[in-house]
Design a protein around this ligand. Structure first.
Ligand SMILES: [Zn+2]
Length: 150
C-alpha cells in the first residue's frame, strides 16, 4: 500500500515512512488538482482531513482514508489497523524525502555521527538524496513501543 498525506498530515507521513510505507507528502505548494493527479497516477491511497478534497477523491474513485482526528496515535491506528507491518521494512525509508535507504559500512560514517552513537551501534543506513545517516537509536525503540501500544 502506497500513501499520499496532505499538508495537514506531515507528522503522520513521517511515521508511515518510518514503518516502511512509500508515502508522498503533499506540502502547501501542491494543489488539490495535483494531489488527485498523483494519487491516481501512482495508485496511492490519499489520507486527508479535508472534507472537500475527500469528496472530490470519492468522485474520482481514488482510495482514501478520511478522518477528523488530530491525535497522532489515533491517526496511525486508523491508517494501520488492517495493514500488516513488515518488520524488515521498518527504517527502510528516509523520513525526510521518502527515498529507500542504503546500507552503509560503519567505517564510512565515523566522522558523520556523534561519537557515542558510533561506539554504541553497528548498523547504519544512509539516504543518498539527503546525505542523512540513520541508526536504530532511542527513537527506534520508541517507535517499536508505539507499534506494540497500538
Ligand atoms: Zn532522504
Amino acid at each position: 500500500m502506497k500513501f499520499l498525506c496532505d499538508q495537514m498530515l506531515g507528522t503522520l507521513a513521517k511515521w508511515l515512512r518510518i514503518y516502511g510505507f512509500d508515502t508522498f507528502y503533499a506540502n502547501s505548494t501542491i494543489s488539490d488538482d495535483k494531489i488527485i493527479m498523483i494519487s491516481k497516477k501512482e495508485d496511492r491511497c490519499l489520507i486527508t482531513r479535508d472534507e472537500e478534497l475527500a469528496f472530490r477523491c470519492k468522485k474520482e474513485n481514488i482510495k482514501i482514508i478520511h478522518f477528523k482526528v488530530v491525535d497522532l496515535d489515533e491517526q496511525i491506528n486508523l491508517v494501520l489497523h488492517d495493514l500488516v507491518i513488515d518488520k524488515d521494512k521498518i527504517l527502510s525509508r528516509c523520513i525526510i524525502c521518502n527515498s529507500e535507504l542504503s546500507d552503509i559500512k560503519k567505517d564510512a560514517i565515523k566522522d558523520k555521527v556523534p561519537i557515542k552513537v558510533f561506539q554504541k551501534h553497528e548498523e547504519f543506513w544512509f539516504c543518498k538524496k539527503c546525505d542523512k545517516i540513520y541508526w536504530k537509536g532511542s527513537h527506534y525503540d520508541k517507535m517499536i513501543q508505539k507499534l506494540i501500544d497500538l
